[in-house]
Design a protein around this ligand. Structure first.
Ligand code: 5GP
Ligand code: 5GP
Length: 262
């Protein structure tokens, strides 16, 4: 009986400690006010991968014929209505084990298109997913308070709002010779999702498109989408480059170990 009471006491003490830890996190995050809306930032592999100079196993541009040909996820970003955004809101070190059941989906739809190891919020280096969770995911509270739900919801939004399919159905397909009117691309997205997206280019190539959501995941306009002239980095006619992965032989020659690639 005495040992049961002792166990109960230890359990209560442990829970109290854990809760106290949470309170500290909440207090830390109060330095930055609660966000206003989400931006789902999608990257075009054809544009990103063209800049690939060397390969490594974690870079999806290096998957040969399995390299991505559709928009992939860059991140789900909590934003403010004034155009600014919070970042690194509280300390929550990325733990890949928490999202192990989502790994297949993340590898396919949210791969890193780079060999680099981005810095995390607290002075270290880590994975692309770790960077996105720590920099942006920790600011998505109170909608998400843990990694698993943040990554799961992002995958679900990506699959529900299939940007590549919307553009494909409107005739905007990957091409190294065609130029498309930016206005036409924006109209196709407006017609499909009833919102104004944000579009970013690298020279004339579409680099990223952002689709925005209220906190209840209903679509809404992105703040940087007001008019075509504010889409600062894009010209009137834009391209959606095709990416031809390095061929097998070149790939072997250019494939350093992951360590060398860092
Ligand atoms: P860039 O300067 O390349 O557009 O953005 C660099 C990084 O700043 C992005 O990868 C992202 O982490 C952050 N960033 C840029 N624009 C936004 C934005 O509109 N909202 C949020 N939350 N982060 C952004
Ligand atoms: P952000 O610009 O989102 O703050 O930072 C992205 C970081 O992740 C950069 O350090 C970039 O080198 C690295 N990174 C790794 N994979 C990717 C990727 O697929 N896309 C982008 N935009 N950055 C990536």
């Amino acid at each position: 009986m005495a040992s049961r009471t002792c166990l109960l006491f230890l359990l209560v003490a442990f829970l109290a400690g854990a809760l106290a830890g949470d309170v500290i996190e909440v207090n830390r995050s109060q330095n930055q006010r609660e966000f206003d809306y989400f931006a789902l930032s999608l990257q075009w592999p054809g544009t990103y991968c063209r800049a690939t100079r060397h390969c490594c196993s974690k870079n999806a541009c290096c998957r040969g014929s399995d390299s991505p040909t559709q928009f992939t996820i860059h991140g789900l970003w909590p934003d403010y209505n004034d155009g600014s955004w919070p970042s690194c809101c509280y300390r929550s070190d990325f733990n890949e084990k928490e999202i192990s059941t989502l790994k297949d989906g993340l590898d396919k739809y949210w791969p890193s298109l780079s060999c680099g190891s981005p810095s995390n919020c607290h002075g270290g280096k880590g994975s692309f997913w770790g960077h996105e969770w720590e920099k942006h995911g920790t600011c998505s509270s109170p909608v998400f308070r843990d990694e698993y739900n943040y990554f799961l919801a992002t995958l679900n939004l990506y699959l529900k709002y299939n940007l590549t399919d919307v553009l494909y159905k409107a005739g905007y397909v990957a091409s190294n010779s065609e130029k498309y009117p930016l206005g036409g691309i924006v109209t196709a997205i407006q017609n499909a999702f009833h919102i104004n997206p944000e579009v970013q280019c690298k020279r004339d190539a579409i680099d990223e498109i952002r689709i925005c959501f209220y906190k209840d995941f209903k679509p809404r306009d992105c703040v940087g989408s007001k008019d075509l002239t504010s889409r600062k980095s894009c010209p009137k006619y834009v391209s959606l480059p095709e990416y031809t992965p390095l061929d097998g032989e070149a790939m072997v020659l250019k494939m350093p170990t992951d360590r060398e690639a860092l």
